[in-house]
Design a protein. Structure first.
Length: 267
């Protein structure tokens, strides 16, 4: 679309919002990795500071129950199939998982996340390779009374569609997304495995949470490799040499191919 028009829109909106640039923005996050799940994700925006997104695991609601086979008892010399989720008829308590936090510095294109492997092992994960090339289209629609514009991008092997509004002139959005002339109010990957929808925008009146004390710092690469290994063989060889462990683990999430994996393919 006409970039000059976008600049003018942003300027006008900035005049209106000049005194209210600190926000608490709540999104509904929808996930479709097996069960259909919904949970709250809160984005904290404070002027001239990195944004922080807090994902509230205890808010998770199962939108569509699926039948799940019962986990078989391990026996020596047998094959054990590892499956995720709760047994049929017993809703899984997602509050056993710690909340995740994501701090995005739009100026330096870096992200620092608080993430976990399992429910106990927490890490500060540093990602310094955020880079987006957005294509802004002329397509528009109304979302919660905001005039929104469509934009698309590709990141780490995945394609994304976002809707942003210059009505709220914030260079921010959920997860790791940013770089558009307005708040991202709706965004999803092309397969719609994860969808974020704006729920509400409030004035920020509280401290921004980021409980990183006593957590080990690691790189994104080391974290991903360790997480893949953990979930690929969650029993860690404790069943004995005669037992074959077959896991149905497949890396989920929005990032399909990382930079170091792309480099390996080129070699």
């Amino acid at each position: 679309m006409n970039k000059t028009l976008l600049v003018l829109l942003c300027f006008c909106c900035q005049m209106v919002f000049a005194q209210t640039n600190d926000y608490k923005i709540t999104y509904k996050q929808f996930l479709s990795y097996g069960d259909k799940l919904q949970r709250d994700a809160v984005l904290y925006v404070k002027e001239n500071q990195p944004t922080v997104m807090h994902t509230l695991m205890a808010s998770t609601v199962v939108l569509k129950e699926k039948e799940r086979p019962k986990l078989p008892e391990p026996t020596n010399g047998s094959t054990v199939i590892i499956r995720s989720g709760a047994e049929k008829g017993k809703p899984f308590d997602y509050s056993v998982f710690p909340d995740n936090y994501m701090k995005v510095d739009q100026q330096s294109n870096k992200n620092v996340a608080i993430d976990y492997i399992g429910t106990k092992r927490g890490f500060i994960v540093k990602d310094d390779q955020l880079k987006y090339t957005w294509k802004i289209t002329s397509e528009t629609k109304k979302i919660k009374d905001y005039t929104c514009y469509k934009a698309t991008t590709t990141f780490r092997g995945n394609n994304f569609e976002a809707w942003f509004t210059p009505d709220i002139p914030i260079n921010a959005g959920p997860w790791k997304w940013y770089g558009l002339p307005g708040l991202i109010v709706e965004v999803h990957d092309v397969e719609k495995k994860e969808i974020y929808l704006l729920e509400k925008v409030e004035k920020l009146t509280e401290e921004i949470p980021f409980p990183s004390e006593k957590l080990k710092t690691t790189t994104l690469k080391d974290f991903v490799i360790e997480k893949d290994d953990f979930f690929g063989n969650p029993l860690g060889g404790t069943l004995g040499r005669d037992t074959t462990v077959t896991s149905n683990y497949k890396r989920g999430g929005l990032e399909k191919v990382y930079e170091w994996e792309e480099e390996t393919k080129k070699q």
